[in-house]
Ligand binder design. Structure first.
Ligand code: SF4
Length: 294
């Protein structure tokens, strides 16, 4: 059931989805595992002749789980398919997080607070993350009223460690314009911009919810986009998301821009992780709303 967007209750509901604990993910290792979650009607809506054929295609990577309309949209995020890159990336990120925590132990918090626009009290740095205060202790442990997903924890620690504290220029640039940006852009476009575009196409309230949940603000008239919203996932790393609606003979399009100082305040890999994390959270909110993102 879709929720009414205007109530405080709905705001709390969205907040719970965006910042709630990671849902436990069940790994699907064989076609039999996949068969258990489709309805076995052989309805062919996925384009395969049988549910078993679909299940085999998912396991060998030819088809995606969300191509079977029989799987409830709000359950999709709770499955992962063995051997997929997503699971590998999650594991890589956990290892990377431990490395960052070790490095935080040698950071001078007083110097860091001045450099990155954070406050320091009781031995903890507090940084506004999407408008919400998040504290970090000298062991890299994070404290907040919201649960912190990995997507947020890694860029935040990386920001404390590596931001040079360069003031914002006010000039928006594409990810491509960062050093190594061209090398990463194909992946960035697919994982971040295309994923967000699909969510925006299917989820009309997305931009209003971004403003509400993430403390975003409108940036009218940017490159003649239909909607442009600026978010502050980290104080010196704002993100401008622009969306062009589909026209008569034109597909929709979505681009993500960063302040030109972005890579001086966050390594490019962490900028990528931050944007990919935002895309993932938008998708999660859309799925929970009952929108099918294709
Ligand atoms: S759409 Fe789903 S239920 Fe229908 S045949 Fe394909 S796998 Fe089976």
């Amino acid at each position: 059931m879709k929720k009414n967007c205007d109530t405080g209750e709905n705001r709390k509901y969205l907040n719970d989805i965006a910042f709630s604990k990671e849902i436990s993910v069940k790994e699907l290792k064989s076609p039999v595992d996949v068969l258990k979650i489709v309805d076995k009607s052989n309805c062919r809506k996925c384009g395969e002749p049988t549910c078993l054929a679909f299940a085999a295609a998912v396991i060998n990577g030819r088809r995606q789980l969300d191509e079977c309309p029989a799987i409830p949209a709000d359950e999709l995020a709770s499955y992962s398919v063995k051997g997929r890159r997503g699971a590998d990336m999650e594991r890589d990120q956990k290892q990377f997080l431990e490395l960052l925590k070790n490095r935080i132990q040698s950071v001078d918090f007083e110097e860091a607070a001045k450099r990155i626009g954070a406050s320091l009290a009781n031995g903890k740095l507090t940084v506004p993350v999407c408008g919400k205060p998040v504290s970090v202790d000298q062991n890299g442990n994070l404290y907040s009223e919201i649960h912190l997903h990995m997507w947020l924890a890694v860029p935040l620690l990386s920001y404390i460690l590596d931001s040079r504290g360069v003031p914002l220029s006010g000039q928006w640039v594409s990810f491509r314009e960062f050093s190594k940006g061209m090398e990463w852009y194909g992946l960035f476009h697919k994982v971040c911009e295309e994923s967000m575009r699909k969510v925006a196409d299917s989820y009309p309230e997305l931009f209003d919810d971004m403003m509400d949940l993430f403390g975003g603000r409108r940036a009218p008239d940017f490159q003649q986009s239909d909607v442009a919203v600026v978010l502050y996932p980290l104080p010196l790393v704002p993100v401008l998301i622009c969306y062009w609606k589909p026209g008569d003979d034109m597909d929709s399009s979505l681009n993500v821009f960063f302040d030109s100082t972005g890579e001086k305040n966050l390594p490019v890999e962490s900028i990528y992780a931050l944007a990919a994390g935002l895309a993932r959270i938008f998708e999660k909110i859309a799925l929970r709303h009952g929108f099918v993102v294709r």
